[in-house]
Design a protein around this ligand. Structure first.
Ligand code: NDP
Length: 294
């Protein structure tokens, strides 16, 4: 049976490490990391994600700058707000909660965030550096970074191993594959046009699943002893629940946990780690800025 990697426990450990470093920064320089969380409009899911991020900041001693803007705000006005945050030396990270209202061009707004404050790690220059040998991005995107932390903190060897990433989105699959490559794995990417993905996945020592397809990866596809990180978060109907649904991953957990060496559950695996990586990125940005300017 696989070792189940408990994302909540790992996230808690990392959060207490961050809180320690925040205290040290405050003692040494009298400054704390600052994260600006910008939300436009009143979507319930976005409000809830933003609330979670702001609460996590407060718990770790990170100063949260709350920017709540109306749905009707113009793109120019939103960009003006981003520029003000770029200029604010107490803000070390800027996060614009997506999706933005339809009249606003997301790509344009995100590209206005200063590279030094791009704690989501989505700036094309950060992704470009991630793809290049010998270059280091300022920030790594949070979910792929969470996957690597879970592997490393569980003692999984990455160097020289065969890794398969299922999915190639800009926010998860592609950067996860680039990170594994940087960590010296031999990486294959499976996507929706890949024929017979099971034959590729069966070869993998490490599988990162990020396709958004409930239980697509069967237990028989998993190489004995492989490390399986399941990013997929899919709501499926469940009439036995009050909510009427439950969350499942891209991997059939019951089957795969019999063969894998390590596996993350859904929920409770990658999910709790993602916000923690945002806080870690904010700390890293703050340390870089504060140490350079002192
Ligand atoms: P996208 O829909 O943007 O990308 C899905 C990717 O999976 C695409 O590259 C697509 O291929 C590929 N894909 C789709 N179907 C198949 C298939 N049958 N076989 C192989 N590949 C397939 O999703 P995201 O990357 O944004 O998210 C992926 C999953 O991760 C979702 O379930 C999402 O909810 C979850 N997620 C979880 C997070 C967390 O913190 N736990 C954070 C972010 C996402 P193609 O490119 O060819 O279309």
């Amino acid at each position: 049976m696989a070792t189940v990697i408990d994302g909540k426990v790992v996230a808690q450990t990392i959060r207490s490490e961050i809180a320690d470093e925040v205290r040290l920064l405050a003692q040494k320089y009298g400054k704390v990391p600052g994260l600006a969380v910008v939300i436009v409009g009143s979507r319930k899911d976005s409000q809830s994600y933003v609330g979670m991020k702001r609460k996590a900041c407060a718990e770790l001693g990170i100063k949260s700058f709350d920017v709540d803007l109306p749905e009707q705000i113009s793109q120019a006005e939103l960009i003006k707000q981003v520029h003000e945050l770029n200029d604010n030396t107490d803000v070390h990270g800027i996060l614009v909660q997506l999706p933005l209202p339809k009249h606003i061009n997301e790509e344009k707004v995100l590209s206005e965030i200063s590279l030094e404050k791009d704690v989501d790690g989505f700036h094309p220059l950060n992704i470009g550096k991630l793809a290049m040998k010998g270059r280091d991005p300022l920030f790594l995107p949070c979910t792929p970074k969470a996957c690597l932390e879970l592997l490393q903190r569980s003692g999984v060897t990455i160097k020289g191993k065969k890794a398969v990433v299922v999915g190639r989105s800009n926010i998860v699959g592609l950067p996860a594959s680039l990170l594994l490559l940087k960590a010296d794995a031999t990486v294959t990417i499976v996507h929706s046009h890949t024929s017979q993905p099971e034959n590729i996945i069966r070869e993998a020592d490490i599988v990162i699943a990020a396709a958004g397809q409930p239980k697509m990866i069967k237990g028989s596809w998993i190489k004995p002893g492989a490390a399986v990180i399941d990013v997929g978060t899919n709501a499926v109907d469940d009439p036995t629940r009050k909510s009427g649904y439950r969350l499942v991953g891209d991997v059939d957990f019951e089957e795969a946990s019999k063969t894998a060496g390590w596996i993350t559950p859904v929920p409770g695996g990658v999910g709790p780690m993602t916000v923690t990586m945002l806080l870690k990125n904010t700390l890293e940005g703050a340390k870089r800025y504060i140490e350079q300017s002192n």
